[in-house]
Design a protein around this ligand. Structure first.
Ligand code: ZN
Ligand code: ZN
Ligand code: ZN
Length: 712
């Protein structure tokens, strides 16, 4: 039986919607953190998804870069197709292609570069089409005769272009009706004649009577339609109501040629008069407001509203044991649907893990997703016992600088671990320093109840791999209306990507970009020339789309930061050194004014320069991608094993050695050998693990117990 459904995923300002038709996924918008949300929302993403954007904005697209790299890495990317408004083609040509090449691991060896480039070429040329304006792209015309209509064996999707936004009308094709059991009995059709009946359309029974298929079958099911609306203002709403395709859909509905089942609203403006009018006018449809919740007496709805992602439940569980080292993460809070709609029937709010089932029609409706029980989730942690007595750490008042690990895994986000992210919060000066921020870091920061708005901020990016910097897009976007000084310290090779991002997604960024090389005392070349070379390396046509300089005065930005280091960040100095990973990979050391210090390796093989940089540091943070048995993998991928990382810390005489950036294969727990277990200087970090700097020397045992929690 055909299964056709829509699931709303609301973890970001703009929700995204995953439409499933049997095993094919049609994804509408890809916000930051998408890969992680799919796991928490029980969405299985199969090979070759079709991706549709309602808009090209930071909110709707940033999740796609990490997601595409994952598909590519798993060789699942080939049938991926992307559709969206005008501008998508440029995004493909000038950003995605170059971006994906850069974010792939191991690019420095010639063999891989060649292999990846041919894979890439294949991938990119088949990946992206766009619905609007096919003249810009030669690819699109191959697939689509009509530039605003997508069609495959399952469904057809009509694009309604309004300004730079696209509304989508998704409809199934007519489905053959099922046999009616009562009628079959009434006409006495035996089971062994069924095949004949299906094949020939009629059958002659033993008594000579002829039964036709029409007599015993339900009528065919007319196309079932859902609409996804992303309306941002009154003008767009007016254009929608007057749009020929929208009118056509309504006419077909009135003529009973199609059944318009549900309208999904991505808008935040439903309290506006024009929106209320629209809903009231079409009150006979089912409306789902993706950003709001609807109060309900229904027990199932109530339980589902309280569902939290597993990672949040884990943090809350740990918070109970160690209230000062783990945050309590609140349930998603949404605004209630405004009173004005109370009289209109068939209004739904967002409910986690609910889906709108369209086919089979007998089960049509808004209901919990298949095979999911909230009970199992809540019982996950009840059997876990801490060996040690409950220990609590609180030193508030003694220190005011907190070090928090936001993400501790490598490559791609997992359910319990996000990709790299570390934050240093200065509670006295109200400033923040972020060391690497992979996709989804913004949500991790919000979960910590850390507010970045209107506070001085440094974001330091270690190297060009996407799991270390994709999240900065969302962070910068969320701060674009604030009065922040954002100092972005990135390797020169990342600068072209940032500028294209800014140009194409139309961000008003108030960042000041500084190039990591400016902090490297051994780097003596001209910075502007270096940036030019990086643009050239990316084979991006210079000057055609963006000014290379983007009015960024790297020298002045550097001087601005140096002049406020003490007053705004309590930093005496920032020191960096190249490490051994991919081109332009850096490690960093932060020296605080009070004499304390910490260093962070980024991704690297054990490296003398980093040992030298980290001499006598208080807290050394080192990547430890693999356990010792996978030494070979560490060598191949330019990463470190746990023992190698510990050795670096010992050689540097670090007081505390904290480990992070674990491979995906240790998604639940990591085994620790006896020697490391007994070494009280080692801390194994997990997501949301945090404490004041002067606490860290006491957190070793507790961290090891947590990292082995799931050890059965
Ligand atoms: Zn990494
Ligand atoms: Zn890396
Ligand atoms: Zn913005």
């Amino acid at each position: 039986m055909v299964r056709f459904s829509f699931q709303v995923i609301k973890n970001q300002e703009t929700p995204n919607i995953v439409c499933s038709f049997d095993n094919i996924r049609y994804i509408f918008n890809l916000p930051d953190g998408f890969q992680r949300f799919t796991k928490d929302n029980q969405v299985k993403i199969n090979q070759g998804p079709r991706i549709f954007f309602t808009r090209l904005s930071t909110q709707t697209t940033t999740g796609c870069f990490g997601y595409l790299s994952t598909l590519l890495a798993q060789n699942c990317g080939v049938n991926t197709k992307i559709y969206g408004p005008k501008g998508l083609y440029i995004m493909k040509q000038e950003v995605l292609k170059h971006y994906l090449i850069r974010c792939k691991n191991l690019m420095e060896t010639a063999y891989w570069e060649q292999k990846i480039q041919s894979q890439q070429k294949n991938y990119c040329s088949r990946t992206i089409e766009h619905i609007i304006d096919p003249k810009e792209s030669n690819d699109a015309s191959i697939y689509m005769k009509n530039s605003t209509l997508f069609k495959d064996q399952n469904i057809q999707i009509q694009a309604i272009e309004i300004n730079d936004t696209i509304q989508y009308v998704i409809s199934s094709f007519p489905q053959p009706g099922n046999y009616n059991k009562d009628k079959l009995q009434q006409f006495k059709v035996p089971a062994n004649k069924m095949q004949d009946l299906s094949k020939n359309g009629k059958v002659i029974l033993e008594d000579g009577q002829i039964v036709t298929i029409e007599q015993v079958k339900e009528p065919d099911i007319i196309p079932q339609v859902a609409i996804i609306l992303d309306i941002g203002n009154e003008e767009q709403m007016q254009k929608l109501m007057g749009h020929i395709e929208f009118k056509k859909t309504l006419e077909q509905f009135q003529a009973k040629q199609v059944n318009l089942v549900a309208v999904f609203h991505l808008s935040h403006q439903i309290q506006e008069e024009y929106y209320i009018d629209f809903i009231k006018k079409y009150s006979y449809f089912n409306h789902i407001f993706c950003n709001y919740y609807k109060e309900s007496d229904d027990k199932i709805c109530q339980t589902h509203m309280k569902i939290q992602p597993l990672s949040e439940l884990l943090s809350n569980f740990l918070h109970k044991q160690y209230p000062f080292n783990f945050p309590h993460i609140e349930c998603l809070k949404l605004r209630p649907i405004p009173i004005d709609f109370k009289d209109v029937n068939q209004i739904f709010g967002y409910i986690p893990l609910f889906e709108y089932l369209i086919l089979p029609t007998k089960q049509q409706g808004y209901k919990p997703v298949q095979n999911f029980s909230p009970k199992i989730m809540s019982e996950m942690f009840t059997n876990i016992q801490f060996k040690n007595y409950q220990q609590q750490f609180q030193q508030k008042g003694i220190d005011h600088i907190r070090l928090i690990f936001l993400g501790t895994c490598s490559m791609k986000p997992g359910q319990l671990r996000n990709v790299s992210g570390i934050i240093l919060v200065n509670e006295k000066l109200k400033s923040n320093i972020i060391l690497d921020c992979g996709e989804g870091t913004f949500k991790q920061i919000s979960d910590e109840n850390i507010v970045l708005d209107n506070k001085p901020l440094i974001i330091w990016i270690s190297h060009a791999h996407s799991d270390h910097h994709l999240g900065l897009l969302q962070i910068v976007h969320n701060l674009c209306k604030c009065h922040n000084e954002i100092y972005l310290i990135v390797p020169a090779i990342v600068v072209p990507w940032l500028m294209f991002f800014k140009e194409i997604l139309g961000e008003q960024c108030n960042w000041k970009i500084i190039v990591s090389q400016q902090f490297d005392q051994d780097f003596k070349e001209d910075i502007n020339q270096l940036i030019k070379d990086c643009f050239h390396q990316c084979r991006i046509r210079q000057g055609e789309l963006v000014q290379i300089q983007d009015n960024q005065n790297f020298i002045k930005n550097y001087e601005d930061l140096i002049s406020c280091l003490k007053d705004q960040f309590e930093l005496d100095s920032i020191k960096v050194t190249p490490v051994e990973h991919c081109p332009q990979s850096y490690g960093v050391r932060l020296n605080l004014c009070d004499g304390r210090s910490l260093s962070y390796s980024g991704d690297t093989r054990p490296c003398d320069r980093f040992i030298k940089l980290s001499q006598n540091v208080d807290i050394l943070i080192h990547e430890s991608t693999f356990t010792d048995d996978l030494q070979e993998n560490a060598l191949q991928n330019m990463h470190s094993t746990i023992s190698e990382a510990v050795k670096v810390g010992m050689l540097a005489d670090a007081k505390v050695i904290t480990l992070t950036h674990y491979s995906q294969r240790y998604s639940r727990q990591i085994e620790i050998n006896q020697e490391n277990l007994e070494n009280d200087r080692i801390i194994f970090c997990c997501d949301h693990f945090g404490g004041y700097l002067n606490e860290y020397s006491k957190l070793s045992q507790m961290s090891k117990e947590i990292i082995q929690l799931f050890n059965e």
